[in-house]
Design a protein around this ligand. Structure first.
Ligand SMILES: *Cc1c(COP(=O)(O)O)cnc(C)c1O
Length: 375
């Protein structure tokens, strides 16, 4: 099956009892045990496995080109599970620009727990190779990165890591498996905040990991998922699974409009710089065109002036809403530095825009009038 077809059919089956095209939402936490003491359905207790979660995991694995899907209650819970598979004293390499809460989790929680964490500019593969130590276990990649849209060469870094016996995991949230498939590029794990494009409507939290059958941490991951219990509810799993069905068409539209928005901003005299992997001036365009099918729906830009001009632009928008998060139907804009917190290295005048599914002309007109509001 091609991607668009798998998005609709993977993990979906006709309900044999009712003929419904999709099974219902299985709210029961517990499943009947047979006279022989066995569980003929394969389900025992919903923390360990639930029909909606299993169906979602099947779909996630299919779309990422992997074998095993692990669904979690949030993206942070998914990344936590992977780092928790390591041991105190292990060393991990993380990007210098990455989802802020991940940096905080590694810097505070996991450093206290005994993990050695190093943040490296991964757009330069030589710096990553230099950072590898005898106790390095995991290379964490985020590409495109949040919020600077840095591009990291997954294939090159996975080869370097593999040669040193280091596992590679990629936060694939911004690209989605429709645009980028880390496992095909040599990574061991693809991670998602399903809260974003996979769910696609900003109405459900979720996270996911996808691996192949031979990955040595599979058993431990399943243990952490089931026994620590940061699992999605059946309804959440159902919503994300439904969201996947329209992922390709939504991404096509997100990408097409984002390209128009990036070009518009790039030509605008009130805009100092645009970060979008499809712009010829972007340092990562060559790698992005190799490993991504399209540029994605996220655009960051710096407003001429400082934080107050950036805030004025965000406050003047009428259609584009000011809120955190991304990947939904609404266009959302955010002054990222003031959300991230004290250790943020994000420029003061940077706005991050998640380009939604509205008509492109409405978005361009809205940005135009908002940029006109500053001197
Ligand atoms: C949102 C996000 C996360 C965290 O996911 P949650 O679902 O909010 O826990 C991780 N990585 C990236 C790139 C994100 O955008």
């Amino acid at each position: 099956m091609r991607f668009e077809t798998a998005a609709i059919h993977a993990g979906h089956a006709i309900d044999s009892a009712t003929g419904a095209l999709d099974p219902g939402i299985s709210l029961s936490t517990t499943f009947q045990r047979g006279a022989d003491g066995g569980y003929s359905s394969g389900f025992v207790y919903s923390r360990d496995a639930n029909p909606n979660r299993s169906a979602l995991e099947t779909a996630l694995a299919a779309l990422e080109g992997g074998d095993q899907g692990f669904a979690f209650s949030s993206g942070m819970a998914a990344s936590h599970a992977l780092f928790a598979c390591l041991k105190p004293g292990d060393h991990v390499i993380s990007p210098d620009d990455a989802y802020y809460a991940l940096k905080v989790m590694l810097d505070t929680y996991f450093s206290g727990w005994g993990l050695q964490v190093e943040f490296v500019d991964q757009s330069k593969p030589a710096l990553v190779e230099e950072a590898i130590r005898p106790n390095t276990k995991l290379l964490w990649i985020e590409t495109p990165s949040n919020p600077m849209l840095k591009i990291t060469d997954i294939r090159t870094l996975a080869e370097i890591a593999n040669a040193h016996g280091v596992w590679t995991a990629v936060d694939n949230t911004w690209a989605t498996p429709y645009l980028q498939r880390p496992l095909d590029l040599g990574a061991d794990v693809s991670m998602h905040s399903s809260t974003k494009y996979l769910g696609g409507h900003c109405d459900v939290m979720g996270g996911a990991l996808v691996t192949t059958d031979g990955f040595p941490l599979n058993e431990k991951l399943r243990f952490i998922q089931n026994k620590l219990g940061a699992v999605p509810s059946p309804f959440d799993a159902w919503l994300i699974h439904r969201g996947l069905q329209t992922l390709p068409v939504r991404m096509d539209r997100h990408c097409a409009t984002a390209e128009l928005v990036a070009d518009f901003l790039n030509d605008h005299k009130k805009v100092e710089k645009v970060y979008f992997p499809g712009l010829p001036c972007h340092l990562g365009i060559a790698v992005a065109s190799k490993q991504m099918a399209n540029w994605g729906g996220m655009v960051s830009f710096r407003v001429r002036g400082g934080a107050s001009e950036a805030f004025k632009v965000a406050n003047s928008l009428k259609i584009i809403l000011q809120a955190t998060s991304l990947g939904g139907v609404h266009s959302l804009i955010e002054h990222r530095k003031s959300v991230e917190g004290p250790a943020s290295a994000t420029p003061d005048n940077l706005l991050r825009l998640s380009v939604g599914l509205e008509h492109p002309d409405d978005l361009l007109e809205d940005l135009s009038q908002a940029l006109d509001s500053i001197a």
